[in-house]
Design a protein around this ligand. Structure first.
Ligand SMILES: Nc1ncnc2c1ncn2[C@@H]1O[C@H](COP(=O)(O)OP(=O)(O)O)[C@@H](O)[C@H]1O
Ligand SMILES: [Mg+2]
Length: 220
């Protein structure tokens, strides 16, 4: 796969190229120096396997996530369909994009679709949400995602976005309100019921978000 680096993080290196002719990205997990190497290897592998499993499950359910093209456990790498677009952080920083409200509304809908599958993301920053060239939303980076029924985890997912939008994009007024409206619009996006529990309603998650906000404010 011919390569050009897209991202070098603490956990992984992401490169763009092709995979049997398809535009693809390779996510190669990196060893981290400061942890014990054995533990490091085990944690990294677990996260990569969890990410692969959740991506497969979500893609099968029709969620807007990249297709998983290959998973090589021995080499610690995943190959994913390359999303034609850019991360939400770039869109929000692009002064030529005047009206971001439709994007944020669509992001709220995508997050609710995710939650309706009983999956919480665990790291919903504006780096982990892609906006396609056609305006569609794609969620990426499921290394910290899990199947959840605990309301708190759903509220925290939205709270992370709330904090990132407030801290990194303060000029985009009303961003979180647009996102919340999208989230609520998708209230009945096919919640799954399973032996593990029931997905909390969109209204309950938004109420929990308010609680988390005031808790954080109170404790500084
Ligand atoms: N499927 C993809 N298509 C296009 N770009 C991607 C894709 N996956 C990741 N990227 C780019 O690489 C960056 C890092 O990928 P990510 O999965 O978030 O890794 P990390 O765990 O290191 O944050 C993303 O923010 C995005 O810019
Ligand atoms: Mg990421």
């Amino acid at each position: 796969m011919p390569q050009s680096r897209l991202h070098l993080g603490a956990e992984a290196e992401v490169t763009a190229g092709t995979w049997f002719g398809l535009p693809a990205v390779m996510k190669q997990r990196r060893a981290r120096g400061w942890r014990h190497p054995d533990l490091d290897e085990r944690l990294g592998r677990q996260r990569m396997l969890a990410e692969a499993r959740i991506l497969l499950r979500l893609h099968r359910s029709g969620l807007p996530v990249p297709a998983l093209l290959d998973a090589d456990v021995d080499e610690d790498r995943l190959v994913l369909e390359q999303v034609d677009g850019r991360p939400l952080i770039d869109v929000l920083r692009d002064a030529s994009v005047v009206d971001v409200e439709p994007f944020l509304h669509a992001v709220g809908q995508a997050v609710r679709h995710l939650h309706a599958q009983a999956v919480t993301h665990g790291d919903l920053s504006t780096n982990n949400i892609m906006i396609r060239d056609n305006g569609g939303v794609v969620l990426i980076d499921f290394g910290l995602a899990s199947i959840e029924y605990d309301l708190e985890r759903y509220g925290i997912d939205l709270h992370v976005l709330d904090e990132v939008l407030g801290a990194s994009h303060p000029d985009r007024e009303g961003a979180m309100a647009a996102l919340e409206a999208g989230y609520l619009d998708s209230e009945h996006a096919g919640e799954v019921e399973s032996p593990g529990g029931t997905v909390p309603s969109a209204a309950d998650v938004l109420a929990r978000l308010s609680q988390v906000r005031s808790r954080v404010r109170y404790h500084g």
